[in-house]
Design a protein around this ligand. Structure first.
Ligand code: SF4
Length: 441
């Protein structure tokens, strides 16, 4: 897992490897003046460094000196960024944190020394050393390279090698001759890929584990093609004021829950409206206030929560389903209540997507925290009109949901993104023109 992927999550024990020079922190920078870099005027961090003013430079020495200073500044900014990342990494641990480093990485010909972060950790005096081994005289990875090439032959996909004729041809002949079993397995793999191509299913070179959010799974259920556009192709979505309103309501309720009521957090939120609030009209701002007030008056607003905005990562067949539960309360009788806030009114029925999302949360609560479905009540709290819909999925319901999740992840892994057969979904879809241009109406 990358550190970026770990943002917002916590784990009892965290391992941070690679605290060696030039590995972490990685202070390499792209030349900011290279032709393919974003123009300075458009960079989000432009206020942090002087814009290169060629008009003010008179001599070659001045130019060299200015460019050198800029490079140092960018390196410092890069280090700051890496330090923020390191902070994220170390604050993921609940109980124990392990750091490690190696002398040799990849094909480096000099052993690597400890990184700045390693030394800083030692300097705190809080760490306990588990010992350090002497660096071997030379990089063992280099001396073992020929054997490694042999041992790595088996998992290498033939399909990948076919794409690299410069390296692949001799290797393939050798595998076919010396390892007939491996050869037949790899050949079967290629045949499978070709069949997949012929049947219009996008090939996957290997079924890699995937990480999918609950929202992503709901979208896949709605339309697999839509999932692909949003989560893989990352096509832009039409901005929605409603999404901003929902996020703001969630933020306000989270602050209220954590501050134990209508305290400082709520007042601060009123004093410092977020950007979208200041741009919105008065009706929308009052709607946010009304929804927060509805929460305050509810049973949930009057009692302390057990968990708020709780992130989770649920393993399913080696892949991960990520999500965040708005609120989870343990009651004195040992039962649990799970709440999902909706910045909307109740329309009279709970849609398929909302039901699926709630079941995914209940499944995570069951599998990750051992909260049995029979002891869990789930609520959809519609904050615009105060309606609370109760849903109690049984263990059979959740087992079926789990099977559906496993099958959906498998479909995502194998690149299956057909169009939905529900024409009404397409009518509301912002990508209908893209879709029709690709496949016809
Ligand atoms: S237009 Fe229809 S098929 Fe295409 S992405 Fe949208 S919902 Fe899916």
């Amino acid at each position: 897992m990358t550190i970026h992927q770990a943002k917002g999550l916590e784990f009892p024990v965290v391992f941070i490897p690679g605290l060696a020079e030039k590995i972490f922190p990685d202070t390499r920078i792209d030349d900011p003046d290279r032709w393919d870099q974003l123009p300075e005027e458009l960079r989000g961090d432009r206020s942090r460094y002087p814009i290169l003013d060629l008009q003010a430079i008179r001599t070659l020495e001045e130019l060299n000196s200015t460019l050198k200073q800029r490079k140092q500044l960018f390196q410092k900014m890069r280090l700051d960024e890496e330090r923020r990342l390191f902070y994220v990494a170390i604050t993921r641990a609940q109980r124990a944190l392990f750091f490690s480093r190696a002398h040799w990485y990849s094909t480096n010909i000099r052993p690597k020394s400890a990184s700045t972060f390693w030394d800083e950790i030692i300097d705190t005096g809080l760490s306990v050393s588990q010992g350090e081994e002497e660096a071997p005289g030379s990089n063992p990875r280099l001396s073992a390279a020929p054997e490694r090439a042999e041992s790595e032959a088996q998992p290498v996909s033939l399909a990948r090698l076919l794409l690299r004729p410069d390296r692949g041809a001799g290797f393939i002949d050798r595998v076919a001759l010396e390892m007939p079993e491996v050869w037949s397995r790899l050949k079967a793999e290629v045949d499978e890929q070709i069949t997949a191509l012929a049947t219009g299913i996008a090939p996957s070179w290997r079924e890699m584990p995937v990480e999918v959010s609950c929202t992503g799974l709901v979208r896949y259920d709605q339309c697999p093609r839509l999932y692909r556009y949003l989560h893989l192709d990352r096509l832009p979505e039409k901005p929605s004021l409603w999404a901003g309103r929902g996020a703001e309501v969630h933020r306000r309720i989270e602050e209220e829950s954590l501050s134990g009521g209508h305290g400082v957090a709520a007042e601060e939120a009123e004093l410092k409206p977020r950007d979208w609030d200041s741009q919105a009209d008065g009706e929308t701002v009052s709607s946010v206030e009304e929804m927060v007030e509805t929460y305050r008056r509810s049973v949930f607003g009057r009692r302390p929560p057990t968990m708020v905005e709780e992130p989770f990562a649920l393993p399913v067949n080696g892949s991960l389903v990520r999500g965040r539960i708005d609120r989870l309360d343990r009651l004195p009788d040992g039962s649990w209540e799970l709440v999902d806030y909706k910045a909307a009114s109740f329309s009279g029925q709970v849609g398929r997507g909302r039901l699926l999302q709630l079941r995914l949360y209940a499944l995570a609560a069951w599998r990750l925290w051992g909260i049995e479905p029979e002891k869990l009540s789930c609520f959809l709290f519609f904050l615009a009109d105060g309606h609370i819909e109760t849903i109690c999925p049984s263990s059979d319901d959740l087992a079926r949901t789990e099977e559906w999740v496993a099958e959906t992840l498998r479909r995502i892994q194998t690149g299956r993104f057909p169009r939905t057969e529900d024409a009404s979904t397409c009518l509301r879809c912002g990508y209908s023109q893209v879709c029709e241009a690709r496949d016809g109406p």
